[in-house]
Design a protein around this ligand. Sequence first.
Ligand SMILES: Cc1ncc(C[n+]2csc(CCOP(=O)(O)OP(=O)(O)O)c2C)c(N)n1
Ligand SMILES: [Mg+2]
Length: 554
Amino acid sequence: MALINGGHLVGKYLKEVEKIDTVFGISGGHIEAMLDGFTEYKIRTIDVRHEQAAAMMAHATSIYTGKPGVCFLTAGPGFANALTGIANAYLDNAPMVILCGRHPLRDDLKGALQEIKQMDIVKPITKWSATCFDIKRIPEYLSITFRQAVEGRPGPAFLELPPDILSIKVEESLVPMPIRTTRKYTMHPDDDDLKSAAEIINNAKKPLFLGGSGVGLSACSDSFRQFIEKTGIPFVLMNYGRGELPDDHPNSVMDIGSIGLMFGIGQTDVIIAAGIRFNWILQAIVIPPTVKVVRMDIDPHEIDRNRMADAGLVGDIGSVLEQLTPLVQKKDHSEWIKTLKAAGYSVMDYEIRMRETPSDPIHPIRLVSQIQKFVGEDAMYVVDGGDTSYFGLGFSTNQKAGVMAASSGLFGCLGTGIPFGIAAKLARPDKKVVVLNGDGSFGFNAMEFDTMVRHNIPVVCVINNDCAWGMIKHSQELSIGKDRLQCSELGTRHYEKMVEGLGGHGEFVTEDEEIIPALKRAFDSGKPACINVMTDPSVTSPATPLFYQSLKME
Ligand SMILES: Cc1ncc(C[n+]2csc(CCOP(=O)(O)OP(=O)(O)O)c2C)c(N)n1
Ligand SMILES: [Mg+2]
């Protein structure tokens, strides 16, 4: 007879079946047996200061490692605090797993401590959710949860585990442990659709490949490279597709930036959109009706969403490209790539000048270029903010998922930067990790500097400090007027001192020539660091008028 409790079964399954080595969360009485299961099976716990951050770290871990990130939550407020992070992962199709305590089933409807209808609340923001009622079925339920997170279009999967099953014991030999790990079930496109897509691509004079998160989630760099290098087509990679091929690949036109792309897209005749949803984020990119569109997506619904496709290929992007590449002709589009880059660059004069010229007060574009100069391309960048996000998208990288504009997803969720930075450093400890934060956005999860200090996670966070919720301030200036700003101003605050107080390294920067020395000291310190850079509060990004227009109702 060997008895095992439910919490230990969770640890055993995570470690032995899914090979999970790190989980994120905060402790709580309802999940004590599960916490002890992490100890028993030597799973590293990153205990955070707010469950929102744990959910965001699990989300980001799934992007950086390619397998589900896991967070654990206690019943009631622990659960409620994580909702923003779960909703964000849901809209981002991130395959994460949430393990959540609850009040005892025994005490249901009695007014138990932390009793709330969690399942009713979480349903619309998860891909799948369930409660496990039987200790013997814990591994089976966990297996379903992991499969739900990764299969087809990925998303957060939520498993509620009551103490009635976590904190009792069962004979271990009676509990079957699933033997296989999760695997991807790929879908394949129809032959006729493949032929018509190939025909459009073969006849294209000025094609452009626009890849999104589906490219990154499919982890298809080999098949993507083969397709690009055979067809000679220029490409742009957005969201979690970023870095699937490096920015310095000869066919990459990432250097023309978002503005260049908006302008350049008007010159194309065929767009191949892969694993990218045509939603709010793409609204600025107006695709003329004459342009033919080939769309690839794992979700059939996306194929014609907001723009009918001329050819639609349903399936995992890597598998689709493997099937498509033999059908497309070898071409050289180098002249077209030059024309496209020239078109893009023609609207970027201002940005290029700002990158190269020291400015007083510091211009955010200059700040980004100085960080890039010091940190280089072999690094992980995370960007979080309003205007700050636009400027930070100017970073370039040769790393997979190396530039994440964590707050620029569909949920537009500020506060994601620091948790994503922590997950990036844990996933790639050998890389420099930089978080570029707006001063407003910094505040949401700033206490996670304590988490970084306790767990020795040396991320460098640079604050683009315009003393404001800048994007909203500038939008109010356009919509209401400069003299009636409301809730959009912040003062000069010494955030770097707060970080020093928590045991990290702090720098306060006001002059251009101080940026690089401050970065050097921050990295040399080996500590989590905050470089608080005062930038020009009058500067706004081109994203702000677009944002303002999108919410104009008359
Ligand atoms: C959690 C959350 N709260 C509020 C908003 C609304 N919002 C969008 S942009 C923005 C301003 C961001 O300010 P900051 O992080 O300082 O970046 P800046 O625009 O100043 O560069 C706000 C408040 C949001 N998107 N997410
Ligand atoms: Mg700001």
